[in-house]
Design a protein around this ligand. Structure first.
Ligand code: MRU
Length: 356
């Protein structure tokens, strides 16, 4: 078996500042097909994020950072921060997906570096920007490894853990957030089983998490989302852990649609409900979950599975891609700096980004 924590990554950087290429795995085609695209422009990266070639909060941020470097490379030596040209580049990358704060976090970091390097020689500057994008990716992976250890400590021996959506290597710089905790629990010899929610309608659980679990020989079973309550009632779930796209300052958690229902089920059954989040996903500028923009996605993702229609033509469809779980339902938020717990206002405010 290949080492688990290195074999699943969503992007690979190859080359130097001048001609380097970002290879991006097309997650829309998994698990059937492993197709990699070679991207060299900010426009291609923005389209890749928008069209879900790449998805998952930290992975979107990593891709956007590379997008900035590509944009500056293409613009040439006349590119300066604070100009209409710079604004257009950031708008292009921002207007891709609204909910995951990691996108904006990574863009802010690249923006600060642009200002700092305005006087630098163009070639050296582009090199520095690519270096920063790579650092964002490497730090994310290292943070996930640290988070994994803190999360694994929370799990009982023989843990049967339920998870939702895909939070693994594919969604991050590697290893994963919630799936990273599950990996670390397995490495600690404490994992008995993973219940993988299929995650309707986009099926990130069935297509991606089940694939990652099988690649790494994690004992796992795929279930449809509406089976979670059944297995909890049967006493077969010891903990739930999910990732998140944005944690508000008060501890409210936005994550893939269906997460809130799981948290409510956990409360009823007395099961701990954990969230794994790098500090880059904690948004202290958003006071509560009510202020988080929820992405509304296409009706076709609900009415069709691949190209097969499963609903009457013309039916009314709603498709909020995320929901918000109130802080009071969250047992703990596992970060790379430790586990935050209620009252979240104080515990989250005490965390600062500290790459591991
Ligand atoms: O729509 P997606 O697939 O980008 O949604 C992903 C999720 O909701 C994940 O749970 C979240 O980004 C955390 S990933 C580490």
């Amino acid at each position: 078996m290949e080492a688990f924590d290195t074999n699943v990554v969503p992007v690979r950087w190859e080359g130097n500042w001048k001609s380097g290429v970002l290879h991006m795995l097309d997650q829309r085609l998994l698990p059937g097909e492993e197709t990699w695209y070679s991207m060299t422009t900010a426009e291609e990266v923005a389209k890749g994020i928008k069209d879900m070639v790449i998805r998952g909060a930290p992975a979107i941020g990593i891709a956007a950072a590379y997008g900035v470097a590509f944009g500056v490379r293409a613009a040439g030596a006349s590119f300066k921060s604070g100009t209409a040209e710079a604004e257009a580049l950031f708008e292009l990358l921002k207007n891709t997906r609204p909910t995951a704060v990691n996108l904006f976090w990574a863009l802010n970091r690249m923006q600060a570096l642009l200002v700092e390097t305005d006087a630098m020689d163009h070639n050296a500057r582009v090199d520095r920007l690519f270096e920063e994008a790579k650092a964002i990716m490497d730090e994310d992976r290292a943070n996930n490894l640290a988070m994994g250890k803190f999360g694994a400590d929370l799990m009982p021996d023989g843990a049967r853990i339920l998870t939702h959506c895909n939070t693994g290597g594919l969604a991050t710089g590697g290893y994963g957030t919630a799936l990273g905790v599950i990996r670390a629990t397995n490495a600690a010899g404490k994992l008995k089983h993973v219940w993988v929610d299929e995650t309707r309608p986009y099926l990130q659980g069935a297509r991606l998490t089940a694939w990652e679990c099988m690649k790494d020989d994690l004992p796992s079973t795929l279930i449809t989302d509406n089976m979670a309550g059944y297995f909890m009632q049967q006493g077969q779930v010891d903990a739930v852990i999910v990732g998140t796209d944005r944690v508000a300052a008060n501890g409210d958690v936005a994550n893939k649609i269906g997460t809130y229902s799981l948290a409510v089920l956990c409360k009823h059954h007395g099961i701990p409900f954990y969230v794994a989040a790098p500090i880059s996903t904690i948004d202290l500028d958003t006071p509560t979950g009510a202020e988080i923009e929820i992405e509304q996605r296409s009706a076709r993702e609900v009415t069709h599975i691949k190209d097969v229609g499963i609903a009457p033509e013309g039916v009314n469809v709603a498709h909020p891609a995320f929901d918000v779980t109130p802080a009071e339902l969250v047992t703990g938020i596992v970060t790379e700096a430790g586990v935050a717990s209620a009252p979240y206002g104080a515990s989250l405010a005490g965390l600062t980004y500290s790459p591991q």
